[in-house]
Design a protein around this ligand. Sequence first.
Ligand code: LMR
Length: 330
Amino acid sequence: MSRHSIIRALVGGAALTLLAGIASAQTVIKFSHVVADGTPKGQGALMFKKLAEERLAGKVKVEVFPNSQLFGDGKELEALLLNDVQLIAPSLSKFDRYTDQIQVFDLPFLFDDIAAVHRFHNSATGKGILNSLSKKGMTGLAYWDNGMKQLSAKKALKMPDDAKGLKFRIQASDILEAQFKAVGGVPQKLAFAEVYQALETGVVDGAENPWSNAYSQKFFEVQPFFTESNHGYLGYMVVANAKFWSDLPADVRATLEKILAEVTTEVNKSSSALNDGDRQKIKDSGKTQILPFSAEQRTAWQTAMKPVYDKFTDKIGKDVVDAARAANKP
Ligand code: LMR
């Protein structure tokens, strides 16, 4: 070997080692979720990726996996605990195995509107729920909105009796199960990725979701009726694997937390407009009818669903339910 080629080999080797060093110094954050990019959560995940990769260029890479591509909602919490993904944002309903208090968000007709939900997020109780998952190996980082849920079905749902005998797809939440049982429905827990097909083939007859999910998953094509019920809240908790998060270099973690705070403000500011836009697109499609929900109807459904409170208030904690109710007053 000539002197030149030895030098070239040494320099090449050094460059490779240096590159390998850079690659290993880069933290990869896999962010997995189950909805489409165009929804509030999908947009939030992409904004987080953009800002993190801009401000921590070379240090952090964020890989976003939407639409249950990597893990569906049966598996994403387990995957997080195994550090197979580092960030997820499941709907609050999907934490019900991990904390009783969080189930408060599933109670029907609890919050008057999204502003009330935000007041609750920011209350001492709301923050306490965010922090409560640290004992379970997860770091709760933020609440993100999707929006208020709307009922949909193969028939018009006007009064509670209309739901009798209908099979409703629900998320894996005992409160949501009780909610549909209270009106004589037959709830079935199904993963989000399975809902379209279940509605299309008649495995279930109805569902509940905010407009953004109904639009992006095309539920409106297989549900001839929506009722603008706004009967419950669908939101998310952004959670990290606790060990992964605490092992991050302090400056990287601080920057990511600041980015998350900015993304949270943006998601929660824009989600209502995004849902309104998707409601309009569903209406314009002409493929389904959107039925109004009068004050009388609201009272009738609320009364029919009251047994859910009787059954779950002690489990959730009366103080938590009261704090959520109090958030309705500005
Ligand atoms: C659902 O399963 O209906 C929702 O939780 C999906 C989501 O993440 O918005």
